[in-house]
Design a protein around this ligand. Structure first.
Ligand code: ZN
Length: 390
């Protein structure tokens, strides 16, 4: 049965500020946004938001949903994502990927977990491949994975400038990007390569080289971990000014920060100051990934697990600590990541888009309600056991 919900008196950030509005949800989509909408109680549910901020559900473009390899031996393998953590964090769309380990962590497993998260109420896409080249795939090629498997939207996390990378050649990168791009064009998906960038001296040079020596546009690559150090951030600003999207990782530890990483919120403020266009900047959580701190010799010093809650926390810090205006900080965790990966129905509160919404208490800057695909998953801070229509 399709549901109708009217949310009244919300301060809407779409992420653009729309002021005080009512939002009508029909089925899994937003039907209408207007100043005064009415709905007879017999037709559907009416919720008075009473001035709460209504925002798009967050879009997290990098989550190791099936758990990460762990880089301190098998004992350090990390657990898979719990959907309740995503919902509590206001994340209604996640993109799952493998990382360093594509031997004991497989695409089959990733696909199963993506389907599980969808059955549990949120939206989950996934990337084919891993850090490694040649790219491991589900169906035999990057092209057929993107074209034939609904959940697969691109390739990632392919690693460059990192001691754990396969050190792909320029020609290898061109070939992978070309395959992903064509498959994306044919299937109406982004076909983007999410790129893990390590702390190697090459920084983003391998991607700049591809763009210079091929017909591949810069927007086909989406590098992450750009807040790793100031030198990488500077290269990232150059990349964003040339029309690419760059991503800052919100999960971190005190040790990693002490070794030169910046908080995502701080990196956002610095990138804006250095002239990066706000439309090209995103945050992702890297949740369930192992947060490794290697010493100079490449030996693992310590390890923690990335948390999906860090995405909203860094959005809040961008507003409260770094004084970035709400719509600008919000687009970095909603509409920008959706555009970066070509997720057309995600990341905005607008008629016709998916009804993925959060309500935020403006006094405490805390999430009180989460709606995913038109259904409440969190209501007044209470998790909802969503009854299903199927
Ligand atoms: Zn990574």
């Amino acid at each position: 049965m399709s549901q109708i919900t009217l949310i009244k008196n919300a301060e809407v950030f779409a992420p653009r500020s729309l002021g005080r509005c009512d939002v009508l949800v029909a089925g899994d989509r937003v039907a209408k946004i207007d100043q005064h909408l009415t709905l007879p109680e017999s037709v559907g549910q009416v919720v008075d938001a009473d001035g709460a901020w209504l925002m798009p559900g967050l879009v997290d473009t990098l989550v190791h949903i099936s758990g990460g390899g762990g880089e301190g031996g098998f004992g350090s393998r990390t657990p898979e994502l719990d959907v309740r953590d995503a919902i509590a964090a206001g994340v209604t769309t996640v993109v799952g990927a493998l990382g360093t380990d594509a031997t004991t962590r497989t695409l089959n497993e990733l696909f199963g977990k993506a389907k599980a998260l969808e059955a549990q109420g949120i939206t989950c896409f996934m990337q084919t491949g891993s850090y490694q080249v040649p790219v491991n795939t589900l169906t035999g090629s990057v092209r057929s994975d993107i074209m034939l498997v609904d959940n697969i939207i691109g390739v990632g996390e392919l690693a460059i400038s990192d001691h754990r990378s396969s050190h792909p050649s320029r020609d290898e990168l061109i070939r992978i990007a070309a395959d992903a791009r064509v498959a994306g064009l044919l299937s109406g998906k982004g076909g983007v390569i999410s790129v893990h960038v390590g702390d190697g001296s090459g920084r983003l040079q391998p991607l700049f080289d591809v763009v210079e020596h091929s017909e591949i546009p810069i927007s086909q690559f989406y590098p992450t971990h750009m807040n790793r150090n100031t030198s990488l951030l500077e290269h990232g600003v150059e990349f964003a000014r040339a029309g690419g999207f760059i991503d800052f990782t919100t999960s971190t530890t005190e040790e990693i920060l002490a070794s030169g990483e910046m908080r995502a919120s701080q990196a956002l403020a610095m990138a804006l100051e250095q002239g990066a266009p706000v439309d090209q900047l995103t945050f992702s959580s890297d949740a369930q990934g192992s947060l490794t701190n290697f010493c100079d010799l490449g030996e693992l010093r310590d390890m923690e697990v990335g948390a999906i809650a860090s995405l909203f926390d860094e959005f809040r810090s961008a507003v409260q600590r770094e004084k970035v205006e709400i719509p600008r900080a919000l687009q970095v965790v909603t509409s920008n990541p959706a555009r970066a990966l070509g997720l057309k129905r995600k990341g905005q509160v607008a008629a016709g888009r998916d009804a993925d919404l959060i309500l935020v208490d403006p006094q405490r800057f805390q999430i009180t309600h989460v709606m995913a695909k038109g259904r409440w998953q969190l209501f007044d801070r209470q998790p909802q056991t969503a009854e299903r229509s199927d």
